[in-house]
Design a binder for this molecule. Sequence first.
Ligand code: PLP
Length: 453
Amino acid sequence: MPVSTIAENSLALYGEHVNPQWVKLLDVLEMNVRYERCSGVELFTSDGARILDFLSGYCVHNTGHNHPKILDALKDELDRSGPGMLQSHIPERAGELAFELCRLAGGGLNKVFFCSSGSEGVETAIKFSRAHTGREGLLYAEGAFHGLTCGALSLMDNTFWSEGFGPLLQGNEAVPFGDLDKLAAKLATRKFAAFIIEPIQSEGGIKVPSAEYLQKAQQLCKKYGSLLVLDEVQTGMYRTGTFLAAHQFDVEADIVILAKALSGGIVPVGAVLMKDAVYESVYSSVKRAIVHTSTFSENGLAMRAGLATLEVLQKENLGERCTASGEYLRAQLRQRLSSFEMVSDIRGAGLLCGIEFRPPKKLGLRIPFETFHRIHPGMFGQVLVMRLFRDHNVLTQVCGNNFMVLKVAPPLVATQAQIDEFVLAIEEVLERAHTSPAFWSEPLGMARRVLNL
Ligand SMILES: Cc1ncc(COP(=O)(O)O)c(C=O)c1O
């Protein structure tokens, strides 16, 4: 088939050969648009619309879409026609990127294993923690999201993700996020190789713990011989203002997992940073030099994109800018949204923010809210997402493990004007949710049609 014909048919081919259910879902939400060009915070569609991205591909696009400096670095790497991926040589760029990552992370993290996704990073952390401690089980926090491979799934308590895929890893247990007593009791059994935790829970609902919690967790892990693993797949790379969220809490982990934003949102990549002693438990002899590897680990494009991304993040002071923008965003949201009955909290760090909703008390709102909830617990949030997209050209999403929290996470390059545009949009959507019967009746009709109710 000629290439042009393939392009014309590509949407139909996707539906036929990739994921028809995803196509249906996007159609229902009226979010199935064709993006032609993406730049910074803006996405341009084939029918001429400009959409503000306040999701960043779930914290991938920290440097903004298609940052020109990262594109230039990648073009240069391709033009070089070098050893993109051999697995039989020493890729120098991997050394340079690892050096930079360790320098920025600090805290005695001195070795890096590169991989191609966050989940692969989590799998690495599981294997290395087991190898280092000789223990089998892992402890994790309720509400966590660590990825969808079998090991990562076994560190998540929301069965939506794991149903039908078992049996998963045995011996893992969950503790409530933020509860030191329960954590201490579990760690005291000395059964656990590691406690793995997101320093700020993202999909769990943008939950920010106290510094004391994470610091004590570090002490407890040390006391009972478990490793502390921080999953910074979403929170890392200055998303919360500092290079690692851990830096804000003054906590030092044995292993830190990075991915998503590390390559400017263009090339798949992941990096697992760890202390020398942990690394040496796995690569303990020449015989074991390749005991844990992955084909595209350390590939030239990913490493080059990683170096260029770190340079952009630092040269453009995106960490400091993110801290200031995040404070501005939350202040504006609090000022404009706090009087709405259904808004219960606005929280976050840097540009990882959450707007939490609660069921309304007024009868006129309670009845449609409960009807939505009975159809699907995520429906209220999804209608907000749909309205923001359709009526205001703003892309957002609710948290995957907490449907009552809208995640607000634009690229770190977002301007004050773009933040103001978002605040105005969410204010107008919530104003309608609190006053207009059509806000509720129209999606109810849609849900009935789709679900044949
Ligand atoms: C905190 C966290 N850890 C791990 C992962 C898994 O990353 P990936 O989708 O790249 O496998 C995700 C993905 O969203 C995540 O949010």
